[in-house]
Design a protein around this ligand. Structure first.
Ligand SMILES: [Zn+2]
Length: 113
């Protein structure tokens, strides 16, 4: 099914793609269908290009709206560090899951020690 794609063809696809040719035009030049170009480019993970017909999706906004669980995840300073951000329990800074972790009963704590 993928046999049409010789290494040379794949190389040409990458080159034409970088030139910014349309998928239909690339297909014409390589002698394959536009769908084959789109599918192969997708599988090769070539940089997606903004389509003139569709607007690029809006960037995901990191700022949560309304109250958000402020339970820290990861280690402060790490790139992956973030706050939970789930909807917190009413009157609590944490979501149900993290409120349970935050407000451990003293009895459980002493048992663990
Ligand atoms: Zn949480």
């Amino acid at each position: 099914m993928d046999s049409v794609w010789t290494p040379e063809l794949i190389q040409q696809l990458g080159a034409l793609w970088k030139q910014g040719l349309s998928t239909a035009e690339i297909g014409r030049r390589l002698g394959v269908t536009k769908n084959a170009v789109v599918g192969k480019a997708h599988r090769l993970l070539l940089d997606p290009r903004p389509s003139p017909l569709k607007r690029p999706p809006a960037p995901r906004v990191a700022t949560a709206q309304g109250p958000a669980c402020s339970w820290p995840e990861g280690h402060p300073g790490d790139k992956s560090f973030r706050f939970c951000g789930k909807r917190p329990l009413p009157g609590k800074p944490y979501c149900a899951e993290h409120a349970e972790l935050a407000y451990v009963k003293p009895k459980e704590k002493s048992n663990a020690a």
